[in-house]
Design a protein around this ligand. Structure first.
Ligand SMILES: Cc1cc2nc3c(=O)[nH]c(=O)nc-3n(C[C@H](O)[C@H](O)[C@H](O)COP(=O)(O)OP(=O)(O)OC[C@H]3O[C@@H](n4cnc5c(N)ncnc54)[C@H](O)[C@@H]3O)c2cc1C
Length: 427
């Protein structure tokens, strides 16, 4: 908006706790853990089995852009082919136009100081790429929009870092958007006295669940039967190996070891310091398949459910992911301890610590990856191909909620590219 020269205000529910990325200061790196973060606020008033108590906002200026790890992957080509043609062309470019993916990557490269997003950041990363390539993996340093700051500190790009402070109103949770009789919209503020703020245009950027709730309230009010919206996260599992000694650097190392077709997942291998030793975390993250999407029910209170029939499709992904990790363990000569049932990260870490050198598998629950997307798909039931609500012209939407299908890639590169797409089409 700033670059488009538009007059705007950002309304943020939380406070301004500074706009520095959490990894830029070693005293705040622990905030990645929701349980230790005072800004963490669950999405749901009553968290359920999916999107449980670890799934939520980081309610502060900058939101999760101050927590993300900067991993930038494009949505896979075969998934983009299911997106509206206009959006796909805008992302991938046509003729002389390099497209929004390439432009966004170039802007992130510039922010990183002109280096490639896949530039190795540590000597360990370089060595891991060589080792994994030798084992037959198409390995590259994980593409990340990060700047290293020395002594293990780093920061990932945040679109709010440079917003002028006078554009941001903190402590202003928007509880509803209403059409005004004379045109434009009123934003209802959750400040106890029902005050409102009028605007000609509105861009909903309250996270996927928040955007769905605000759009639903605008389109349907709060009454009647709960309305249903589709939602996906990613399906992820990993394996942990603790080496009680070994070379370690202050900064974590991360390698993208390719996309695996059977599990429709990306494979990422990471090493980081763990006490006096090293923790190897190889994880695979795949698509929550279209036939296994979750449903957001928006009514008096929002809830998120999964049809029992979707479980089989999710289990099939997890099985393939275990095969992928098992093959990695085999190629690297690791003894692996894999269980079929769900194993939490903390449980796996405790087991890996008890048996140094043994690979132990873990799973992430649906909703725990902060990659929730969909619900307000571009050119779908509620949003047109330009990113505006069909029934509320002048209300645009930004965020991963716009994805018609998510694929396996981490969402933020596409989210940033689509934000440009939507702004360019606002009248
Ligand atoms: C630890 C961690 C690591 C991650 N790593 C990666 C990664 O490497 N790569 C990647 O692609 N993605 C990653 N992600 C995911 C990525 O950060 C999110 O997909 C992205 O930030 C979502 O952006 P958003 O704008 O939709 O939501 P948010 O970042 O959650 O922003 C929404 C903002 O709106 C505010 N808000 C909500 N409701 C209201 C309301 N009603 N009124 C006013 N304000 C409101 C919230 O307080 C928040 O500040 C990671 C996330 C986390 C937490």
């Amino acid at each position: 908006m700033e670059r488009a020269g538009r007059d705007y205000m950002v309304l943020e529910a939380g406070p301004n706790r500074g706009r520095e990325h959490i990894a830029a200061d070693e005293d705040s790196a622990h905030l990645a853990d929701p349980a230790q973060d005072p800004s963490f606020a669950p999405f749901l008033a009553q968290p359920g089995a999916l999107y449980g108590p670890l799934s939520g906002y980081r309610r502060r200026v900058g939101g999760r852009s101050l927590y993300w790890r900067g991993i930038c992957l494009r949505v896979e080509d075969d998934v983009l082919r299911e997106w509206p043609v206009e959006v796909r062309r805008a992302l991938l470019g046509t003729g002389d136009d390099p497209g929004l993916y390439a432009r966004t990557e170039a802007a992130l490269r510039t922010w990183c100081g002109g280096i490639q997003l896949t530039q190795a950041r540590t000597a360990t990363e370089q060595a891991m790429v060589k080792e994994l390539a030798g084992l037959g993996y198409p390995a590259v340093p994980t593409p990340r929009a990060i700047r290293t700051l020395g002594q293990g500190r780093w920061e990932a790009y945040s679109p709010v870092a440079d917003l002028p402070s006078e554009r941001i109103l903190t402590g202003h949770r928007v509880s509803g958007v209403r059409k005004r009789a004379g045109g434009g919209y009123s934003l209802v503020l959750d400040d106890g006295d029902g005050s409102t703020l009028d605007a000609r245009h509105v861009v909903l950027c309250a996270g996927t669940v928040g955007n769905i709730e605000l759009a639903d309230g605008l389109l349907h009010g709060r009454s009647g039967e709960p309305r249903r919206y589709s939602l996906v996260d990613h399906v992820a599992c990993g394996m942990l190996v603790v080496h009680s000694d070994g070379q370690h650097e202050a900064m974590e190392s991360s390698v993208h070891a390719g996309f695996d077709a059977p599990s429709r997942s990306n494979l990422i291998v990471e090493r980081q310091r763990h006490g006096e030793g090293v923790l190897l975390d190889a994880w695979t993250m795949g698509e929550q398949p279209p036939k296994a999407t979750s449903t957001v029910l928006v009514g008096d209170a929002t809830s998120i459910v999964l049809e029992p029939s979707a479980r089989a499709a999710l289990d099939a992904v997890r099985r393939e992911q275990r095969n992928l990790l098992g093959e990695l363990a085999r190629r690297t000569g690791l003894t692996a301890r894999f269980r079929e049932e769900y194993v939490s990260f903390d449980e796996a870490l405790a087991q890996a610590e008890a048996r140094p050198g043994t690979a132990v598998v873990y799973d992430a629950g649906i909703g725990e990856l902060d990659h929730e997307s969909g619900g307000l798909a571009l050119d779908g039931e509620h949003v047109d191909v330009s990113g505006q609500l069909r029934e509320a012209p002048g209300v645009a939407v930004a965020g991963p909620c716009l994805f018609p299908r998510a694929g396996a890639a981490n969402p933020s590169l596409t989210t940033l590219a689509l934000a440009q797409y939507v702004v360019q089409r606002m009248h």
